[in-house]
Design a binder for this molecule. Structure first.
Ligand SMILES: *Cc1c(COP(=O)(O)O)cnc(C)c1O
Length: 231
C-alpha cells in the first residue's frame, strides 16, 4: 500500500528546500550553508520516522521530555536540537541526547549547561537566544544585556558558543520580520572581533524565506512541513 503520508512529507520537504534555494539565490548565498531543522513538536513519531527515511537528520524539539522519548526511537545519526524553554532541572538528562542547544536564554541556564558539559569533558555547541522584539512573554537576552555579558559567557568552559538565535514577532506583514533578522546579523557582526559566530538560527514556517535572505544558517520549520496542501 502506498504511504500517502510519506508522499506528502516528501513533497513538503522538497518545497521547503526549493524555497531555501530560491532565497539563497536571491541573496547570493550557497544553499549548503543552510540547515533545515525539522521541528517535530506537533508531529507523531511515525512522521518523524518518515522524515528520517526521507533523509532528514536534524530534528528540533522544544520540550526535554519529548527529546527523552524520541531520541531512542531514531537511529544514532539523527541530530537533536533543543530549541525551546529549557528548565535547568531537566538539563542533566537532556544533554547527552542533543547535538546543539539553540535556546540558551539566560545566564543561569548557560552556567548549568556549562558545568554539566564540563563534567563530561565536553564543549556543548550552543546558540544564545536573543529577545529582539521586546515582548515580555518571549524568552532571551535583551541585546544590551547580552553584549555586556558576552565576555563572561565566552569564559564558560563547557560551552562552545557558535552563534545566535531569535524568533521574530508573529506579524501579519511577514516582511516586517526582516528587521529583526537583520538586527541579529548586525549583532553578530558587532561581536565578531571577539568571537566568530557562524550560526544564525532564525526563521520558522511563516518567515524562513526572509530569514535565509538575511543570513540564517539554521531554519527551524515545523507546521509547514506537516501541513496538508491547501485545497
Ligand atoms: C515551534 C517552534 C518552531 C517551529 O514553528 P513553526 O511555525 O511550526 O514552523 C521554531 N522555533 C521554535 C523555538 C519553536 O518553538
Amino acid at each position: 500500500m502506498a504511504d500517502e503520508r510519506l508522499e506528502l512529507l516528501r513533497d513538503n520537504l522538497a518545497a521547503m528546500k526549493r524555497r531555501i534555494a530560491t532565497a539563497c539565490a536571491a541573496s547570493g548565498r550557497d544553499q549548503n550553508e543552510v540547515t533545515l531543522v525539522a521541528v517535530t513538536k506537533y508531529a507523531p513519531l511515525e512522521d518523524v520516522r518518515r522524515l528520517y527515511e526521507l533523509g532528514v537528520r536534524d530534528f528540533g524539539e522544544s520540550r526535554p521530555q519529548a527529546l527523552w522519548e524520541r531520541h531512542p526511537q531514531l537511529p544514532f545519526d539523527a541530530r537533536w536540537h533543543m530549541i525551546g524553554r529549557f528548565q535547568t532541572n531537566k538539563a542533566r538528562r537532556t544533554l547527552p541526547l542533543v547535538s546543539m542547544v539553540h535556546s540558551v536564554d539566560r545566564w543561569s541556564l548557560a552556567e548549568t549547561l556549562s558545568s554539566l558539559s564540563a563534567e563530561r569533558d565536553r564543549r556543548l555547541p550552543v546558540t544564545i537566544q536573543l529577545n529582539l522584539t521586546g515582548e515580555e512573554t518571549k524568552a532571551g537576552f535583551a541585546p544590551e544585556q547580552f553584549v555586556e555579558e558576552f565576555g563572561r559567557l565566552l569564559e564558560l568552559p563547557g560551552l562552545d558558543i557558535v552563534g545566535l538565535m531569535t524568533m521574530a514577532k508573529h506579524e501579519e506583514e511577514v516582511e516586517r520580520c526582516r528587521a529583526t533578522f537583520a538586527e541579529l546579523r548586525q549583532l553578530r557582526e558587532r561581536l565578531g572581533e571577539r568571537r566568530a559566530l557562524p550560526v544564525l538560527s532564525m526563521g520558522m514556517s511563516n518567515d524562513f524565506d526572509i530569514a535565509v535572505q538575511e543570513g540564517a544558517t539554521h531554519v527551524r520549520i515545523g507546521s509547514a512541513l506537516f501541513a496538508e496542501p491547501a485545497t
